[in-house]
Design a protein around this ligand. Sequence first.
Ligand code: ATP
Length: 236
Amino acid sequence: VTTSPLLAVRALTVRYGAAQALRDVTFDLAPNSALAVLGPNGAGKSTLARALSGLVPPVAGSFALDGRDLTGQSPDTIRRAGLVHLPEGRGVFPTLTVMENLRMATACDRRGRAAAVDRAFEIFPVLRERQRQAAGTLSGGEQQMLSLARALMVDPRLVIADELSLGLAPRMVDVVFESLRRARAAGVAVIMIEQFASRALDFADRCLVLQRGRIAWSGDADRAGPELLRRYLGEA
Ligand code: ATP
């Protein structure tokens, strides 16, 4: 028995002017699963994230979430369909408080909003402590948590996390991975673009390696051994 995929990506192709950043990328993602997207600088990892979130239009190919074709849809439509992109950098409003950032993230009425904020505080207790603080004064890891909390408030099916741990202290990287684990426990699928290949592979079930915009390797994350990392990423 095969379950139908949460995300189906078919021959997705993106160009910036004459440069092909993504070529013929095809893969499926099962519900509640986690995919690590690895590859050297310029391989097209961020472009994949941006194409799936509607920030860059593909020139060819398609993608569908839960069987619904979202190719060419606006970022807003895609987000409301349940696919949320956490971009590189933080995506929080620095001058607003933590509470204001969270309240803005839901379209619910007041009671629904209060309940959603409470759920976010349960997943990220530190945000409760910091709720009156301006988001811009949080540490990098706390801002990532806030960004993820905001994303989870819309009950996404799939979160695309682009280099969430970039520039964070190791302890904060742990916090970010733990946050993503909680998101998965709540039923969310994750596509993780990550510079720390080994951590991403520990977290993920599946792995996809991009090289010059193409899929160079894909398979189970626990089969992506050191030899593969050396070959495609130049890692020891
Ligand atoms: P990194 O790890 O360095 O962020 P990446 O794998 O995320 O790399 P992308 O950012 O997706 O790679 O870039 C893929 C290719 O597209 C690169 O060759 C890059 O130079 C090019 N590119 C990215 N954004 C643009 C743009 N706005 N205009 C033109 N070319 C771009």
